[in-house]
Design a protein around this ligand. Structure first.
Ligand code: ATP
Length: 461
């Protein structure tokens, strides 16, 4: 589908705000950038960490059945041979015959209003020919072929085939290959899961839509091992948990949609997949995936490594290879969903205003503390004292004395700070507390200092 001007404009506004306010910068910008890479700046890091911490809390620390991991990115090449990625991890590619620019064949079909779901390479090729589909520059395109998406490298000083390795295209395999280690060290009973957050790399043919489709990104993944007869029950549990997590981070459930992936469109390892799609400004696109990976991975690694990866059920006295349910969450797509959903334009006191309506749980700054004037040492000292007290309880608090108060409000609105605290002359002279301003309504409330922390904490919950 073609994007409308309004959708493009909203994305441009968001990208520009993300840069202006220090959320996300273009990767390697001073050298003209590197396609498909983005650098997270201080506020982007804070937002991303809040999201990752909420995920870790829900899926790891609040549960007794989950084992946290942080496996190496580089792995033995046999991992990727066994998992099927070396042979099959590829996207359909076409080349513009004039400019040699490369495009995803399925994306060109979609843009022309043809649904590519379920199509094999030959079907895409036939559809492109039949409908005379051209490249976005209006030139004819060549044959559709497979393009391998893993970044290949050599480990060590000798560049021979034995030294080949890949930057991992998913974090999942780092957990499958450690399944036996977890069983041997922690002796967990089924069902149990392994979870990790980490970078993944895919040489996407056409990175686009800001941080939506990049070549280096982060994933939060769970491999949850179950007895084969339990998979449907656990699949349903995680289906609901995905929605619970989108609630944690403040995404409205009206914008999160489930798509049951058809047989012919599922990854080679999956017997059932639900994609969770989100209404981004550029369309409804995949945010997360939930897959029933069966015993595909453990069996494949047991075969290739010749290490036994079965599990012995003490009660039933049976030995079997567990099946696996995998909820997979993209961090960068989450950050983008949260940013685009929070982006709000309204008018306040007769002026146009832009603000990020973050749920407090994800806001990179929760409270900003100001002295009314920056050139009055008494005010500044009192404001610093209040700031230090708040910070002990609410760590994501910042001190701000740049520019006048109106400018500070605008800046804090643009970075989505839910509450601003101002220390004024009455704070010192009359002992009447401080004003607390609410980001969404602009309403200011006088709050006595002794109640301040309780008041702020209550508002942020
Ligand atoms: P798509 O169809 O959009 O390419 P996918 O189905 O290949 O995605 P998965 O293999 O299921 O994606 O990866 C799990 C999650 O990792 C996705 O739901 C998404 O959140 C994230 N992800 C995958 N590819 C990218 C990418 N290129 N950039 C950013 N995030 C990604």
């Amino acid at each position: 589908m073609k994007k409308t001007d309004t959708q493009n404009n909203v994305m441009e506004e968001i990208i520009s705000l993300a840069k202006r306010r220090g959320f996300i910068f273009q990767g390697s910008e001073i050298y003209g950038g590197l396609a498909g890479t983005w650098d997270y700046a201080p506020l982007g890091v804070a937002l991303k960490n809040n999201i990752k911490n909420l995920w870790w809390k829900r899926f790891v620390s609040d549960r007794e059945d989950m084992y946290g991991m942080d496996a190496a990115i580089l792995m033995n090449q046999n991992v990727w041979k066994a998992s099927g990625h070396v042979d099959t991890f590829a996207d359909p590619l076409v080349e513009d015959l004039k400019t040699s620019r490369r495009y995803r064949a399925d994306h060109l079909l979609e843009a022309a209003g043809i649904d590519p779901k379920g199509m094999k390479l030959a079907d895409m090729d036939a559809a492109i020919k039949k409908h005379g589909i051209k490249s976005p520059d209006g030139h004819p395109v060549g044959e559709v072929r497979h393009f391998k998406m893993m970044f290949k490298t050599h480990v060590g000083a000798i560049e021979d085939d034995a030294a080949i390795s890949y930057l991992r295209p998913e974090t999942a395999q780092g957990m499958f290959v450690n399944f036996k280690n977890i069983v041997d060290t922690f002796h967990p009973k089924l069902p149990f899961g392994m979870a990790q957050i980490g970078k993944a790399f895919r040489n996407e043919i056409a990175p686009r839509d800001f941080t939506f489709r990049t070549r280096e990104f982060e994933q939060m993944e769970i491999e949850y091992f179950v007895a084969p007869s339990d998979w449907e029950k656990i699949f349903e549990h995680f289906r609901q948990q995905v929605h619970a997590f989108t609630d944690d981070i403040g995404l409205p459930n009206t914008k999160v949609h489930e798509l049951e992936v058809a047989d012919e469109d599922r990854a080679h390892y999956s017997k059932r997949t639900i994609d969770f799609e989100f209404d981004y400004p550029f369309g409804k696109k995949e945010l997360y995936g939930l897959a029933y990976r069966t015993d595909f991975d453990l069996k494949a690694h047991a075969d290739k490594s010749t290490v036994d990866l079965s599990y012995f059920d003490e009660e039933a006295k049976t030995r079997f290879v567990p099946h696996c349910i995998e909820p997979s969450f993209g961090v960068d797509r989450t950050v983008l969903a949260v940013l685009t959903d929070a982006y709000t334009e309204d008018s306040m006191a007769g002026e146009k205003r832009v603000f990020l309506k973050f749920k407090p749980s994800v806001a990179p700054v929760k409270v900003a503390v100001f002295p009314l004037l920056k050139n009055k040492p008494d005010l500044v000292a009192k404001a610093r004292e209040v700031y230090n007290q708040i910070r002990k309880v609410i760590p994501q608090t910042m001190f701000d004395d740049n520019g006048n108060i109106g400018k500070r409000y605008r800046r804090q609105d643009e970075i989505g700070t839910p509450l601003c605290v101002t220390v004024d002359f009455d704070t010192i002279e009359q002992g009447t507390g401080v004003t607390v301003r609410d980001r969404d309504t602009g309403v200011q409330q006088r709050v006595p200092l002794e109640n301040l922390i309780a008041y702020l904490s209550d508002k942020l919950n």
